[in-house]
Design a protein around this ligand. Structure first.
Ligand SMILES: [Zn+2]
Length: 91
């Protein structure tokens, strides 16, 4: 697995300068076993993401395997739990 640090992906905007509840994913996280099993079939991930006592973990439900577990080392980071309103909510 490759983890891209903000400086490697051209990070040049501050958190508060962007609409952080839009999709800003530059590189997706995959389960290598799912990729191996998918062959020529369309690939659908079965990943779960959740908080742990150390930070945040990505888990493959299909393979019951850890994909990534980030340890925040006790640090607190800003997070945006808002979402964009859907068109039907704007009427
Ligand atoms: Zn998997």
């Amino acid at each position: 697995m490759v983890v891209h640090m903000p400086s490697e992906i051209g990070y040049n905007k501050r958190w508060h300068d962007v609409k952080s509840n839009l999709c800003h994913i530059d590189s997706y996280i995959h389960c290598s076993l799912c990729l191996k099993d998918s062959g020529d079939d369309p690939y659908t991930q079965k990943l779960e993401v959740g908080w742990t006592k150390w930070g945040i973990q990505v888990w493959c439900r299909e393979h019951n395997a850890n994909i990534m577990h980030v340890d925040f080392e006790g640090a607190k980071h800003p997070g945006d739990e808002s979402r964009q309103q859907r068109d039907e909510e704007l009427v």
